[in-house]
Each structure stands twice: as C-alpha cells, then as structure tokens.
Design a protein around this ligand. Structure first.
Ligand code: ACM
Length: 540
C-alpha cells in the first residue's frame, strides 16, 4: 500500500521481508509526549481492525511511538519504519507522530477505515521506510455552517476526514445573512432568533424559487468545546469566523440596533445584501463582547472577522456613518470599513490573538485594490503586524498582503471553492462558479508567481472553502468535498512536482478508503443517478 499513499510522503522506500503482521498479541507503546496519539491509535485503528492493541513496554512493544525533536525532522514531520520485528514512528513533535500514525493506518488495507473489520480480515503492514514533512503550515478547509447548518456530528466527522488527509485547520464560518450558528451567552437572541430562517432559495435561478420550509440550527457552547477538543486530539486547529460588517442580516434580525435600518428578516436568498452593520460604538462593543466569549472557546491564535462583500450604500445615507467619517477624517465609506476592521484587529491583538480576514480587509487605505486608489501608503495606520489575509478574489490580495509583510492564506475561487462545478455535464448538481475538476485542484500552485522568496515566506499555506448555499445535506457535502479534498491535501502537504497521470491511480486506490469510511464522494466518472439534482438550476 505504500505506493498508494495520499498525500504522497516526501521519501519512501520499500524495506526487506514480509512486513509486520498485526495480531491479538501485538503490543503498542508510546513515550509521554505521544500518549495522545497512542490513545487515538488504540481507539480508532484498534476498533477498525478488531484487535486489542494492548500496551506493552518500550522494549517488547511491536508498535512504538515517540517524539524526538533532535531526530533531524521538521515541525509536524515524522519517520516511520516498518520491518518484520516492528513499526516505529518518531515525530518531531506530537503532530508529527500523529501524521506518522495516519500513514501507518493507510499502509493497511482500505478496510482499516471501517468501524469494524470484515470477516477473515488480515492486517499486515508492509516493510517500508518513510520520512515525511508537510510543505505548508496552514492546510485548511473552511466549512460554511451558516448557509446550511451542518450538525455537530457532521463537523466531528469532517474533522476526522481532514485528519485522515493530514489537514490541520478547520475554519468554521459561523455567521452570515442566512443564520447565526453559535451560542453567545450574553446575547441569547443571536441564536434564539437569528439561527433560523423561514425558507430557503433553491438553486440560483432568477427570479428566485423557494422551498417554503424553515431551516436552522446552531452549536451550543458545549458543542463547540467538544468540536475543539476532538479536533485538538487530531491536531486540527479550529478557526472561528464571525463575518462583519457585511453578511450580518441574521445578527441584525436578532438585535436591530446593530443595523442601519431597523429589523430585517434572516436572509432566505443567496447573494450580497445591502443591509450592513452600523459603525457605532455600541456595535463595536457588541462585537468585542462576542469575540471575547468566542476566544474562551477557541484557543486558536487566529480569529477570522470576515470583512468580505460589504456594500457601502447604507453608510452613504447614514448620519452616524457620515459623522464617523468626518470625526475620524476618513476619505469615504471604504476607509470607514478599514477603520471598523482596524478596531477589531486592535481588540484581537490586545487579547494576544491574530486577526485573519478575507482580502477586502486590505481595502480602504491599505491597498489600492479592486475598488480603486486610496490614500497613499504611510498616511494611515495599517493592520497590526500579526494580521493575516485570506486571498479569495484571485491571488492579488495575497500578493499585496505578502508584499506588505502580512502572512497570507491562499484560497482563490478558481482553485479553492468546492461549491463550484465539478464538470460541465448537465448531470452535475447545481452548477455554480467556474469549472473546478479534481485535477484542477491538484495541479494549481498555492504560492502566487512573482513573489520573492522572502515574500513567499508569508504564504502560510492554502485552504479550500466549502460554501453551502447549494449543499443542504451531509450527503451533498460529501459529494462536493470528495475527492477534491484528497487532491488538495496532497497539494498542500507534498513537495515536488505534481503529475495528474501519476496521481490518478493512487486516487483510485484512495477512493476505496473513502468507500470504507462511508464517504459518498463524486465518482471520477460523474455523479451517480441519486447524486444529480434535476430541476435545481445553478448559475453560469
Ligand atoms: C467569499 O467568498 N465571499 C469570501
């Protein structure tokens, strides 16, 4: 199985001999720093293969896990050696041991991804020597649980599938026009009133058609704690996003004083809405309080404040927005957005955290970007040094941010939006966006061309974004995410050239693992009949 690993390890060579047969007598051992990985291995792999994997001593265990920062490995890197005597995983750190254990699992037959073994299964690890380390630090996936809520159990499963692919950042999009999805103790109406809508637009056709039934759901704070702990055990960091100052209708519905024009319904259509937050002290205090509660739940160094797609029409007509522009000496509403974002950036920095936002956070005075020229550089305060930019409208935002010395995460629509169409076939369900086949995900390069090596150091990595306007069930989520996520995982983990002809046979072998894990991926040949959605029209 060592020639079908995904993501492909950096170095791998077959060993001599028959490998290691796992039996009821197989013992496992871990040093103190690898104890968490051992617990995971015994629980998940042990129950999959139906063997007790009992603990043994350092000298008599066949599977040995340890951390050794002096072993010449890089962060998150590991060395895995299997021969007929045993299997040893040495990680640079606990994350490295975990990835080594994930590779060890992949070396077994695909049935190891089931919850229990098939009749008569035999488990033999092939003799192999692997040294591996990731290309990027940020190997992420964003899950939009605002448009269509995904319940806790699906998020936990999504984390497991990310970990299987050695991905390490789950970005949860927790608020949008169509729903507020996390309990905030101080502001209970956010979920009491903002977590559901009366109906949903179906497809993207104009004029819109609706399904005529309510949609909703939210994560209680204990659900969040559970997700964060589950993810941490699997070396996945959870980055929360509260999207401001646009995409805020659900919050404005719950607390109309947050907006510019009174109470509005929670959004039932997809798209961009005129209703945005007011830029008052009260609104800033509200969001500082929301952020503070969420910082208690999410230990991630990063907090995502959204910042995308904020129409300026309401601020043009708003006395309080215009007063703020005058008082702060701002040029226009674009600079007002920068001012608002900068306040939250300062707040997060004061709490020892780093703001991350969509590339619009550079606009206003920060970047003469897609909305035209702004105040010359140096005339106004920039974002704090730790602020990071998520480049989604192509690569320009990422390039500008990296040149300005900010860290960036690359997620341009054309290579990273997993809600986009997987083929041009009429059978493809709810076709939106541009064509993004599995090979397009695989072959695209995360680091933009033209960055100097020093600027390229600011590229923390890349992520895929799973927007869920048209993904209304976990089954549809599987269809849109897999196997494109598998291709993405190799792109951000593995170094070296990528050749789709070399990848595809490995991917076909990997699909058997996804089958065993119960993932309803899109077959490479196209959707199964029940994966089509005749009559639900997307958009070109
Ligand atoms: C986005 O896709 N609006 C970040």
């Amino acid at each position: 199985m060592s020639d079908t690993l995904i993501p492909r390890p950096r170095e791998s060579s077959p060993g001599d001999g028959p490998g290691l047969a796992l039996t009821a007598r197989t013992r496992v051992h871990a040093g103190a720093e690898a104890a968490g990985v051992l617990a995971w291995l015994r629980r998940e792999v042990g129950s999959a293969i139906g063997l007790p994997l009992e603990r043994g001593g350092e000298s008599d265990a066949q599977i040995r896990l340890s951390v050794d920062p002096g072993a010449g490995l890089s962060p998150e890197g590991y060395r895995l050696v299997v021969d007929s005597e045993g299997a040893s995983v040495i990680g640079h750190d606990a994350a490295g041991v975990f990835y080594g254990a994930q590779t060890l699992r992949q070396l077994l037959p695909a049935d190891v991804y089931r919850g229990a073994p098939p009749v008569g299964a035999e488990w033999v690890l092939p003799a192999v020597s692997i040294t591996d380390t990731p290309r990027f630090r940020w190997r992420g996936a964003m899950l939009d649980i605002a448009r269509h809520f995904q319940p806790k159990r699906e998020i936990l499963r999504f984390v497991d599938l990310m970990a299987m692919h050695k991905l390490n950042v789950l970005h949860l999009h927790l608020s949008d026009d169509q729903g507020w999805r996390v309990q905030i103790r101080r502001y209970p109406k956010l979920t009491e009133e903002g977590s559901w809508r009366t109906e949903s637009q179906v497809g993207a056709v104009r004029p819109p058609v609706f399904d005529g039934r309510p949609h909703g759901g939210y994560l209680a704070q204990d659900d969040v704690r559970e997700i964060v702990a589950h993810a941490a055990e699997r070396h996945v960091r959870v980055v929360p996003e509260i999207d401001v100052p646009g995409h805020s209708r659900a919050a404005i519905h719950a607390y109309p004083e947050l907006g510019e024009a009174g109470r509005v319904p929670v959004g039932t259509q997809w798209g961009i809405f005129e209703e945005v937050l007011a830029v008052t002290d009260g609104v800033l205090d509200f969001y500082r309080n929301v952020i503070d509660e969420l910082l208690e739940l999410f230990p991630s160094p990063f907090f995502h404040i959204g910042g995308d797609e904020c129409p300026k029409a309401q601020w043009k007509d708003s006395p309080s927005a215009q007063q703020r522009i005058r008082e702060e000496g701002l040029a226009d509403e674009h600079e007002l957005q920068s001012w608002f974002i900068r306040r939250l950036d300062q707040h997060l920095a004061s709490r020892g955290r780093r703001m991350v936002g969509w590339d619009e956070i550079l606009e206003g005075w920060l970047w003469a970007g897609q909305d035209g020229p702004r105040a010359p550089e140096g005339e106004r305060e920039g974002l704090s040094a730790g602020a990071a930019v998520m480049s989604w409208r192509g690569e320009e935002g990422g390039v500008a941010a990296a040149r300005a010395g900010h860290d960036v995460v690359m997620a341009p629509t054309e290579t990273s939006y997993l809600d986009y169409r997987q083929s041009e076939s009429e059978d493809e369900p709810v076709k939106v966006g541009t064509l993004l086949r599995v090979e397009d995900v695989y072959l695209s390069e995360p680091v933009p061309e033209g960055l100097s090596p020093q600027e390229a150091e600011h590229v923390l990595g890349a992520q895929v974004n799973v927007w869920t306007e048209h993904i209304d069930t976990p089954r549809r989520l599987d269809y849109m995410v897999f196997p494109r996520l598998s291709a993405f995982a190799e792109k951000v983990w593995s170094a070296g050239a990528r050749d789709y002809a070399e990848f595809e046979p490995r991917l076909r072998a990997h699909l058997l693992r996804l089958d065993a894990a119960g993932v309803e991926y899109r077959p490479l040949e196209g959707p199964r009949p029940w994966q089509t959605r005749p009559g639900v029209i997307g958009r070109d």
